[in-house]
Design a protein around this ligand. Structure first.
Ligand code: GRF
Length: 195
């Protein structure tokens, strides 16, 4: 059985798309895989309720609880690794997980860690990607699924989805168009990685 652990921080719509695609396409039987857990660094992440209502185990490793620690990032990542490793994952999927991960964490999951980023990498790493794409006058925008390395929003590109930028786009309308494509692309890549 190939276990998948999905990490979220917020609405978790990409996580929900993966869960729904797994159900609709019956991955469990075909790929001998299952989504074992959804883990959030924010207790209020709305995606947790979706996971629970789909019978998926959830956990919260709240990063704010580690803030006072001398090595806050390392301490948080160690706790996160414990929570993830309890599920012996074949694949760890970052889906709107808003934390910069330590090199130790990334090394621990080498070859098993993927992320989705809302830009056509290598353009626009980091935050406010849609706003920056509009400011730059891009005619196309999109999202990238990539392997995670120690460098933020780098790593081998596994798939990209491209959408046009339309004349009256705002960061919100562009984000919505890109997100709809993320929901198609990410489940496909996850399924591909389980083969
Ligand atoms: C997505 O745009 C994803 O590319 C980015 O954060 C957003 C998360 O959305 N990393 P959701 O939590 O999956 O709804």
């Amino acid at each position: 059985m190939k276990n998948i652990v999905i990490l979220i921080s917020g609405s978790g719509s990409n996580m929900a798309a993966i869960v729904q695609a797994a159900q609709a396409q019956q991955w469990a039987q075909r790929l001998d895989a299952r989504i074992s857990a959804v883990i959030s660094n924010r207790p209020q992440a709305t995606g947790l309720a979706f996971a629970q209502s789909n019978g998926i185990a959830t956990a919260v490793v709240d990063h704010t609880a580690y803030a006072a620690h001398a090595q806050a990032r390392e301490a948080f990542d160690a706790a996160l690794m414990d929570a993830i490793d309890a599920h012996q994952p074949h694949l760890v999927v970052l889906a709107g997980f808003m934390r910069i991960l330590t090199p130790g964490f990334v090394a621990h999951y080498t070859g098993r860690l993927v992320n989705i980023h809302p830009s056509l990498l290598p353009a626009f790493t980091g935050l406010r990607t849609h706003e920056r794409a509009l400011q730059a006058g891009c005619q196309f925008a999109g999202a990238t699924v990539h392997r995670v390395t120690h460098e933020l929003d780098h790593g081998e590109i596994l798939a990209q989805a491209v959408v046009p930028v339309l004349p009256h786009d705002t960061a919100d309308t562009l984000a919505e168009r890109v997100l709809a494509q993320e929901h198609v692309m990410y489940p496909r890549v996850v399924a591909q990685l389980l083969k």
